[in-house]
Design a binder for this molecule. Structure first.
Ligand code: ADP
Ligand code: MG
Ligand code: MG
Ligand code: MG
Ligand code: MG
Ligand code: MG
Length: 664
């Protein structure tokens, strides 16, 4: 996504009149993409990552750290005055939901195995963004910094953004009890998205995270209070909050989290489908292995990852679609939210939020069986038949079913100026639905320009979306390259490896991956063998999933691809002796040591920091001092500054020493 063009976004009650037209046009656009690009072949393995950053203000006198919502012109500068500098450093900055957020990618994708260039490029992003930030914040009294935190620990607490009086006016977009609208990107798309989700649902969104239980932890989230700004929304909170859970009530709590994503281009559509399906069960496992989110809204959580929070934060389903009673039946008649009355008899049950685990394998290869798609996945029947029966580019049932599922959703934001589209040249309406289906994987189709002969245009890509962002470029490069090696493996051994298993077990894995310390305490469904036949699974620890000789990720996937590339003879540990690939050794060692429990996950490390802080009162609250000290420490770690021994505690002595002595 580039800088967003301005336009007039429609409020939900206006925009819903166009829902069906947008869907119809979106599907026609998709058909023209298939017509152009379905026979494309031989595309190289281009790929790239996306890193999300938070701008933080440190108040060294008041000992507080806040989300910096006052310097969002940094993003503008990086796309205007500093654009040439960005291109020269091969970096590109994108807008994100939070006004305090930046997203950055390489400007030109990587091709094949880039080695330590991934980390070098990530480093350039921090340097370039830091320069623009320093310039724009110059002369101000605060101290500012950019961190890659999965969640801002005190988001939604008093004094957690750097605006003097955020509550002297109402937060009309989110109506949150906790989050001022100043956290939301100023671009009109984002407040509209926030408002339209709430309107469609007929209630504020409602997020519950289990609270970490300590000696003096209160029975319930006692930050929920009675306010009378918005009669309906304010009354909902007391009804929605639950004992034992942290309660949050707006989109920003989810979309304000940061994550790490990687996108891979496959040579052709069939291989993209195979790659997508093969990575499906890696998503929960790698999410658990990258856990970095132990604190929400100033409370220690009994959960280690952000995923469910975002899932609930953008959940636009009405109570009826969710199969529950509305919180305030008088205000949300029949639980239909803002679904148009003439469509009430068509409303179906929708089991999951639009932000969730993958729903369906895409199939299209010899290993796939339809019975692997064993979960309850509603489809848009009209779309399902249109995609299969048309004169433009008929799709097979399994692929049609995938898109027909995405198309059960309504568009969330429609711009007045973009309602009319040329379906043979635009993908705007298709992307409207596609890009607001946030699943653990995304199949990214190219465009109508991507005919096979047009080699310069995009091909079929698969995005891997579950990873939690890490504090250092080193770790983010490690996880990115790890997913690259897996993608490379599957694109190389496509004819030999069968990674299919029942989708229902992947859903279960995703739930389990949320648990505190699931990295060391939880078992996940994993295949007994990846040979061509069979889909038998057993429940294994993460350690076994990574290291088991017969079916573990290192022996079964990482070693073979490294052998194939000529990097090693037998085992990845040989890389320690390699002149060219020593850094790769440490990337893999980091992931291996976390998977075996030798090193803590980021989530565990940060939770332990709170539990051991002198001003922590055994009540699960993360106060301002703890937050300030923790973010200071995170800042040292992300700068690879080990002068206080924090880096060594976090990554172990060996990795820390290596990093300090071999900066990129
Ligand atoms: P989105 O936010 O829609 O996922 P971004 O543009 O933020 O997309 O990120 C896409 C990622 O894909 C970037 O890292 C980019 O370098 C990478 N990329 C760009 N072109 C290709 C390509 N042809 N194949 C694979 N990856 C690509
Ligand atoms: Mg992006
Ligand atoms: Mg993003
Ligand atoms: Mg995001
Ligand atoms: Mg992305
Ligand atoms: Mg949910």
């Amino acid at each position: 996504m580039g800088l967003l063009s301005l336009g007039t976004p429609l409020e939900y009650l206006e925009s819903r009149k166009h829902n069906e037209d947008v869907r119809d046009d979106g599907i026609e656009q998709l058909l023209y993409v298939f017509k152009a690009a379905s026979r494309r072949d031989g595309d190289p393995l281009y790929w790239g990552d996306e890193v999300e950053y938070m701008m933080i203000e440190f108040d060294d006198f008041g000992k507080n750290a806040t989300l910096d919502v006052r310097h969002d012109e940094v993003l503008t500068a990086l796309n205007t005055d500093d654009y040439a500098l960005c291109v020269a450093h091969n970096v590109h900055f994108h807008p994100e939901y939070g006004r305090f957020m930046l997203e950055a990618t390489p400007n030109a994708p990587f091709k094949g195995y880039p080695g330590k260039y991934v980390e070098f490029n990530m480093r350039q992003r921090r340097v370039v963004a830091g320069m623009a930030y320093d310039r724009l914040a110059k002369g101000e009294s605060g101290r500012f910094g950019i961190l890659t935190l999965a969640t801002f620990p005190r988001m939604g607490c008093p004094d957690s953004i750097n605006v003097a009086s955020p509550w002297d006016h109402k937060n009309m977009a989110s109506c949150s009890l906790f989050l001022p609208d100043e956290v939301i990107n100023r671009h009109i798309r984002f407040p509209t998205l926030t408002k339209n989700i709430r309107t469609r649902r007929g209630e504020k969104v409602c997020i519950h995270v289990p609270m970490y239980k300590d000696e003096k932890t209160p029975d319930a989230d006692d930050t929920v209070y009675r306010r009378d700004w918005f009669p309906r929304e304010d009354a909902e909170s007391e009804l929605a909050a639950r004992p034992g859970y942290i309660y949050m009530d707006s989109m920003g709590f989810g979309m304000g989290c940061s994550c790490l994503q990687t996108t891979f281009q496959a040579p052709n559509l069939d291989k993209a489908r195979y790659l997508y399906d093969s990575l499906a069960n890696f998503a929960p496992v790698l999410m658990a292995a990258s856990a970095a989110s132990p604190i929400f809204k100033g409370w220690l959580a009994d959960q280690d990852v952000r995923w469910s929070v975002i899932s609930d934060a953008v959940d636009d389903r009405t109570p009826r679609e969710r199969g529950v009673e509305p919180l305030l039946p008088k205000c949300n008649k029949g639980g239909f939210g803002a679904i148009a009355p003439e469509l009430h008899d068509k409303v179906q049950r929708i089991p999951k939020s639009r932000y969730s685990t993958v729903d369906l394998f895409l199939g299209g290869n010899k290993f796939f069986k339809r019975s692997y798609n064993d979960t309850d996945v509603p489809v848009n029947e009209k779309v399902l038949s249109r995609l299969q029966e048309n004169h433009i580019a008929p799709l097979d049932y399994d692929l049609a079913r995938h898109f027909a599922h995405l198309y059960i959703r309504d568009p969330l934001v429609i711009f007045q100026e973009s309602i009319q589209q040329d379906n043979q040249n635009s993908t705007n309406h298709f992307e409207n639905i596609q890009s607001t289906n946030w699943q653990t994987l995304r199949l990214k189709p190219p465009t109508q320009e991507s005919v096979p002969e047009n080699k310069d245009k995009l091909g079929w890509r698969v995005e891997f979306r579950p990873l939690e962002i890490q504090l250092t470029d080193f770790e983010n490069a490690a996880y990115s390259l790890f997913t690259f090696l897996l993608a490379d493996f599957f694109l190389t051994f496509t004819e030999e490896i069968n990674a299919y298993m029942p989708m229902s077990q992947i859903w279960v894995n995703m739930d389990r991956a949320h648990k505190r310390d699931s990295l060391i305490n939880t078992k996940f469904f994993w295949k007994d063998s990846f040979e061509s036949d069979g889909s038998k699974t057993s429940e294994l620890t993460i350690d076994d999933i990574f290291h088991s000789e017969s079916n573990g990720i290192f022996p079964r996937f990482i070693n073979p691809i490294l052998i194939h590339r000529g990097f090693i003879h037998k085992s990845w540990e040989e890389l320690k002796m390699s002149a060219d690939h020593l850094r790769l050794y440490y990337y893999l060692k980091l992931i291996s040591d976390r998977a075996s429990g030798k090193l803590p996950s980021t989530a565990k490390f940060l939770r332990d920091f709170v539990l051991n802080h002198p001003s922590y009162e055994r009540d699960s609250r993360v106060n301002k001092t703890v937050n300030y000290d923790m973010l200071q420490m995170c800042s040292h770690i992300s700068n690879l500054d080990d002068s206080r021994g924090e880096l060594a505690q976090f990554l172990g002595n060996e990795i820390a020493m290596y990093l300090v002595n071999s900066r990129l």
